[in-house]
Design a protein around this ligand. Structure first.
Ligand SMILES: Nc1nc2c(c(=O)[nH]1)N[C@H]1C(S)=C(S)[C@@H](COP(=O)(O)O)O[C@H]1N2
Ligand SMILES: [Mo]
Length: 542
């Protein structure tokens, strides 16, 4: 094995050990952030918008695992080169390790929850252990390590096997701890496994795993139906649902609610230390969780959707939200529609993790049920969906409005660009009218019979007036049967009973909103203003 390669491996394994240790500490003690996650999070934040958007489009759901893999492998490679460098220039290598420490610390302290001293100790401790592991591995393979005495005698010739086993006591005593190729492999493999095990244990203990598995069962909300001025909703009427196989439930269960955000791990907020500040108004206020929930609460059915949703995609869900009217919170802070000026034209929602959204203040005050929400489907908000408090604004895509882990509402001028606006998405983000076929899928083979073609259509706050289904690639359109509209802010189910004859068929759906506007047929990608076009499904009937 080439010396250079061994050195590289020694450095990489050292880094793996360092990461492992740091993850383990994070698992045992949350105020020390996961350094790996913190670095990956900074990469997300510093990636230029156009590129981030392209990456998300190309990589899709794999974006987070791929990002973590790139950060990990990149760090291992850097450590490998540093180890190699250390044989020629120990001081410069040491400076390199210093830079790594600085980068790790800078990334870690950008996490809102990082505790100063424990985090510094962890980063320095982990890197020291990493250097020690790398040094030991280099020493064990007879390489010169900075600051250590050169093992006596020539190192074993490359490719020699007999003298090289770990069990060769003689080799040990005569050459310090030189162990040869197999020994080197065993040692570095062992250290790597130990590092990975520590990292795995850390992830397991912290209960985080990868992002997808983050969740704790949310608790039920206190019964608010009795409190003064509070409004609850009756169960959805049966007429609002169409009972056919494949139809999504009218109200999306919290665990199936689509999930989109830039946070690698959901912030964990203690409601007792949480407050919502409202700034930029005549009477800036700060509300505790108790203050907030003491305002008149209400339930509201609102369909939330993501601008990144492709035509036919699943980044749309319908929730029954519990919260306080955003207009009530603004009124507490001395804001009313007449007081909107250019200085208070935009309402910015800021998350504890620094993420921002922004939309026209008039939308918050035009009578729609924009909520400062703390409940979803009768329970507290799940961690992933913004616990304890988020914004929900009917008619706007999530990226301009639906700030999760909300901690600040600021009224400001229109010049401020929120997170995704800085990254080249359009400024206003009204939800475009869309419809989706759910009961059959692309490439399905069906048997000739009456087949229900159904699904959901949404134009939140405008409502859905008509849905049409074409079974001949858009040549002719058939009026679908609509379920009752639960609310103008929610999606609406539809079905068309199709008398299917044998052959290949291209099915399409289109919706018309409550203002009489039919969704456009023109196809557009999600970026920058939302996907357009008709959802199209090809089926074979036998
Ligand atoms: N703090 C924070 N809030 C956020 C986001 C985010 O990245 N960070 N993403 C927004 C986007 S783009 C969407 S579509 C919705 C998604 O909400 P959900 O994950 O609860 O479905 O949250 C919005 N709120
Ligand atoms: Mo989104």
């Amino acid at each position: 094995m080439k010396t250079r390669f061994r050195t590289f491996i020694a450095g990489a394994v050292g880094m793996l050990a360092a990461f492992g240790l740091a993850e383990l500490v994070h698992g045992l003690y949350q105020p020390v952030p996961s350094v790996l996650m913190a670095i990956a999070q900074r990469v997300i934040e510093f990636t230029p918008g156009g590129f981030a958007t392209r990456a998300i489009e190309i990589l899709g759901e794999a974006d987070i695992p791929i990002l973590l893999a790139v950060v990990t492998l990149g760090s291992l490679a850097i450590a490998g080169y540093l180890a190699d460098f250390s044989r020629r220039s120990p001081l410069f290598a040491l400076a390199g390790v210093g830079i790594l420490a600085a980068v790790a610390l800078a990334a870690a302290f950008a996490e809102p929850s990082a505790a100063l001293v424990p985090t510094v100790l962890t980063v320095i401790g982990a890197l020291s252990v990493g250097c020690a592991v790398a040094g030991l591995l280099m020493g064990a393979s007879g390489l010169r390590i900075p600051g250590a005495t050169q093992p006596a005698g020539p190192s074993a010739p490359e490719g020699e096997t007999v003298m090289e086993g770990v069990r060769s006591k003689e080799a040990h005593s005569k050459r310090g701890i030189s162990v040869g190729r197999r020994g080197f492999l065993l040692l570095s493999g062992g250290a790597a496994v130990a590092g990975l095990a520590a990292a795995g244990a850390g992830r397991l203990i912290s209960g985080e795993g990868l992002r997808e598995t983050v969740s704790t069962a949310p608790s039920a909300l206190p019964d608010l139906s009795a409190s003064a001025g509070s409004q609850t909703l009756p169960p959805p009427p049966a007429a609002a649902s169409i009972d056919v196989a494949g139809m999504p439930p009218l109200i999306t269960p919290a665990e199936d609610f689509y999930l989109i955000d830039t946070a690698l791990t959901a912030p964990r907020i203690d409601v007792n230390n949480w407050a919502l500040s409202v700034k930029g108004t005549d009477n800036p206020i700060e509300l505790s969780y108790n203050d907030l929930t003491s305002l008149p609460t209400r339930e509201s059915d609102v369909t939330l959707s993501c601008i990144s949703n492709e035509v036919g995609g699943g980044l749309v869900s319908n929730g029954r939200w519990t919260g306080v009217l955003l207009s009530d919170v603004l009124a507490e802070a001395g804001m009313s529609p007449e007081k909107i000026t250019s200085a208070t034209e935009q309402l910015v929602g800021r998350s504890v993790d620094g993420w921002t959204s922004g939309f026209k203040t008039e939308i918050a005050l035009d009578g729609r049920e924009a909520l400062v929400a703390f409940g979803l489907n009768g329970s507290e908000l799940p961690l992933d969906h913004g616990y304890p408090v988020r914004l929900v604004v009917p008619g706007l895509y999530g990226y301009v409005s639906a700030t999760k882990w909300l901690t600040e509402i600021e009224l400001t001028n229109w010049d401020f660009d929120a997170y995704w606006i800085q990254r080249s998405w359009s400024k206003e983000g009204p939800v475009l009218t869309q419809s989706r076929i759910d009961t059959v899928s692309d490439n399905d083979t069906l048997s000739a019979s009456t087949i229900p073609i159904g699904g959901v259509a949404w134009a939140p706050h405008r409502g859905i007036d008509r849905v049409e289904v074409s079974t001949d690639d858009g040549e002719t359109w058939n009026e679908a049967t609509l379920a009752a509209q639960l609310a103008a802010d929610t999606w609406r189910q539809y079905v068309y009973e199709w008398d299917a004859r044998p052959g290949e068929h291209t099915l399409k759906v289109r919706a018309t909103d409550g203002e009489g506007e039919t969704q456009t047929e023109e196809e557009a990608k999600p970026h920058p203003s939302g996907a357009t076009g008709y959802h199209t499904v090809e089926v074979t009937v036998e």
